[in-house]
Design a protein. Sequence first.
Length: 244
Amino acid sequence: MNTEPLQAAAPTESPNDDNPLRHRHIRSFAKRRGHLSKAQERAFELGMPQWGIPYTPTLLNFEQHWGRTGAPNWLEIGFGMGETTAQIAAAHPQVNYLGAEIYTAGVGSLIKKIEEQGLQNIRIISHDVVDVLDHMIPDGSLDKVLLYFPDPWRKARHHKRRLIQPAFMAKLAPKMKAGGVLHCATDWENYAQHMLEVINAAPDWENLGGDSYVPRPSDRPLTKFEQRGLRLGHGVWDLLARKR
């Protein structure tokens, strides 16, 4: 689903540093000039005041934004065009579903689906998810985090831009409730192996697949892209990790 995921923030670069990579602002997404249709642009402009949550360095009050108490809080990182997001949210109306996506076309596309399907439980933050985690997500507030088909950064020199890294897992852990679950999926085997190694080594997380992957959980719908890939014999790897 998500081919253009979010980024990892880092300190600013110092021109006097002997190692220019040490302080470089590393992003786990590439800025692409995607096509923005008039319908998506209109949906974004008209829908964000209703369905969007502006980024501010202030802790998010889930009860206030969803207008209910006691609901599970789910965060999806980089929902792409929102096809799967809408399906999952529709199947789990009891969940406060927060989507983080930086691309206007994807946000506009999801807002169209929200309004066409009458969905009430989705809210959107169009901003860097690392900033969102740092400044908006309260500790111990998330029941589930979804990361589906992030950019695999295929070239070895770009692997540092992959979102699933030890530092990210350490950053995410305190935001989860005890027993909260991270669900990752990728169709790029090298990234799947990287995710597996990082998750297995993360001290705050338990791999629910033992030391391996899990079959696709029934609550993750197949995307059209994934279905086509499976017909062509391409693999897809799912991982479930639980906050200890």
